[in-house]
Design a protein around this ligand. Structure first.
Ligand code: NAD
Length: 515
């Protein structure tokens, strides 16, 4: 297995990097359609790989004292600090803010304090820290670079290259006038206070500003970032600009109150649900009465689950970074969303500990029998051994790159069908495009209007991919696959790539190359 979060900068040079591995499907589809040699070179590597560093002054922290040192402070009495001035972090430490000292009664010895009911803590003075940041711009033949911003501890240049290239394919498949990019910061956002996260985000955009713009490169949310972070990026980009309202389209995935599109938060899950509906429609049926398992209960996973259960589907099991739950009778999705997102005690926003389901191990998730498995967390999860275990009819990819090439081969061998990520999760970037258009026109569309356009876009492109896969060129009222079929049957992932490459190649063929 090749972990999709590995760091190629330090990886064994004999092993194919995750980028080389992810490009296998590109190479295969390029061979199949006889892609022009020069176009192939334009697409094989990104246009630009920006790597830079962002520094941040971390606040003072109270970190739990190691148990071995506790006996030295057995007689230390409790300190009283204003709870509002202590922000709890996931690792058990607290960020200390000055207001904690209002009416405080502090008993400190050698920098150690005891907090009532919480134990002993060592004061770690604030210090500057350096974070590695990235923006990879893969291709802009079809329009401005476009792609998400990921804050995660396991990112790398190689991973961002994979994700940026995937955006080039995805924007082409969704047929929106954008290219592909991706970026972010190597940081665990849960290890920072809200003020630190804001400062880090503003500093990131300060360094990024010369590289992005509404007609140049348009970031959006991804793992570890959300509409709040997008608001901060927008502010830092537009602050002090004379015509700042004309620049609103530099960031998508914004809050609807500051120019975000209705339906954007749910768009990726909604797009995946449209693909799944289409998969059932081909079989003359609907998702009603079907069962599914899910990995990842973040933006994509929770929304896809809510929409599918709304269509009559039943969620049997969920795995996320914190744990795995299972309920053979079906999980109440709105109740689980409440447990994960509306519960201040659930700091890690995890499904773990959900009282109305059994707790199982992560590896047991893959053994649950269901109609559909939806990976909606990180990449590389469905490798060969996992694909051997799955007891489902369809893998519908919400995450980017969740199935390894070996996993693909096993799924194909076992006759398990696939909705590939580049169409499965294209709903997000499609509605990002609608957001960008609305910003340019200073308009605000209703959710009904957004979803009607999204449904048409996703379903028609899904049908073209299915026609390429089955080699059934057709012109119907809703789609036209005549130009794209290649005279032979191919798997769905290759078919999706064929569509992406044919649309990109047309730009090079019809516009030519600048000299
Ligand atoms: P998110 O940060 O909202 O949620 C991520 C989820 O994955 C969380 O539930 C987390 O607990 C879980 N997770 C993290 N590490 C895990 C691990 N090791 N094992 C199991 N679960 C783990 O992110 P999101 O926006 O929902 O994105 C999920 C995936 O979808 C990513 O691959 C992302 O690139 C892709 N995607 C997102 C969008 C979008 O619009 N948000 C669009 C296209 C693709």
């Amino acid at each position: 297995m090749s972990p999709r979060t590995g760091d190629s900068e330090r990886s064994d040079s004999k092993r194919p990097t995750i980028y080389v591995e992810a490009m296998e499907v590109f190479q295969r589809a390029a061979d199949l359609i006889g892609l022009d040699r020069r176009v192939r070179m334009e697409l094989e590597e990104p246009d630009y790989e920006h790597i830079f560093y962002v520094t941040l002054k971390l606040h003072t922290r109270l970190t739990p004292l190691p148990a071995a040192e506790a006996s030295k402070y057995a007689d230390l009495s409790d300190s009283v600090l204003l709870p509002d001035g202590l922000e709890p972090l996931l690792d058990g430490s607290f960020v200390f803010k000055r207001r904690a000292l209002i009416k405080a009664n502090v008993q400190m010895r050698e920098g150690v304090v005891r907090l009532k009911g919480k134990g002993l803590f060592k004061v770690l003075p604030g210090r500057p820290e350096r974070f590695k940041a990235y923006r990879i711009q893969h291709n802009q033949a079809r329009g401005p670079y476009k792609g998400g911003t990921r804050y995660h501890q396991d990112v790398s240049l190689d991973l961002f290259k994979v994700l940026a290239a995937e955006m080039t394919w995805k924007t082409s498949i969704a047929d929106v006038p954008f290219g592909g990019a991706k970026g972010g910061i190597k940081v665990d956002p849960r290890s920072l206070s809200s003020e630190e996260l804001e400062a880090l985000t503003l500093r990131y955009m300060y360094r990024l500003k010369p590289l992005v713009g509404p007609n140049l490169d348009i970031p959006a949310p991804d793992v570890g970032t959300d509409a709040n972070i997008m608001g901060l990026l927008l502010r830092q980009f537009t602050d002090g600009e004379r015509e700042r309202h004309a620049l609103r389209g530099v960031i998508t995935g914004k809050d609807t109150r500051i120019g975000g599109s209705e339906g954007r938060v749910k768009a990726t899950g909604q797009g995946l649900a449209y693909c799944i509906q289409e998969w059932f429609a081909e079989r003359g049926t609907t998702p009603a009465g079907s069962t599914f398992t899910l990995q990842g209960f973040g933006n994509v996973g929770s929304n896809a689950a809510e929409i599918l259960t709304g269509l009559g589907g039943k969620l049997l099991a969920v795995n996320d970074a914190g744990g795995t739950i299972f309920s053979p009778g079906g999980i109440d999705v709105p109740d689980l969303i409440n447990y994960v997102y509306e519960n201040p005690a659930n700091l890690r926003r995890t499904v773990a500990g959900y009282p109305k389901a059994q707790q199982i191990s992560k590896s047991d998730l893959w053994d649950v029998e269901a109609d559909i498995c939806i990976p909606a967390a990180l990449g590389g999860e469905i490798n060969g051994p996992v694909a051997e275990r799955l007891k489902v009819k369809l893998v519908a990819e919400g995450a980017n790159g969740p199935t390894t090439p070996e996993g693909d081969r096993v799924l194909a061998k076992r006759g398990i069908e696939l909705i590939p990520d580049i169409i499965g999760n294209a709903g997000g970037v499609t509605v990002s495009y609608y957001e960008w258009v609305q910003n340019k026109r200073m308009e605000h569309w209703s959710e009904t209007e957004v979803n009607a356009r999204l449904e048409q876009a996703i379903k028609s492109n899904y049908r073209i991919i299915r026609d390429i896969s089955r080699n059934t060129p057709r012109r119907t009222a809703t789609h036209n696959s005549m130009r794209y079929c290649i005279g032979q049957v191919v798997d769905m992932r290759t078919a999706a790539m064929v569509l992406a490459l044919k649309r990109i190649e047309a730009h090079y063929q019809l516009e030519g190359f600048s000299q």
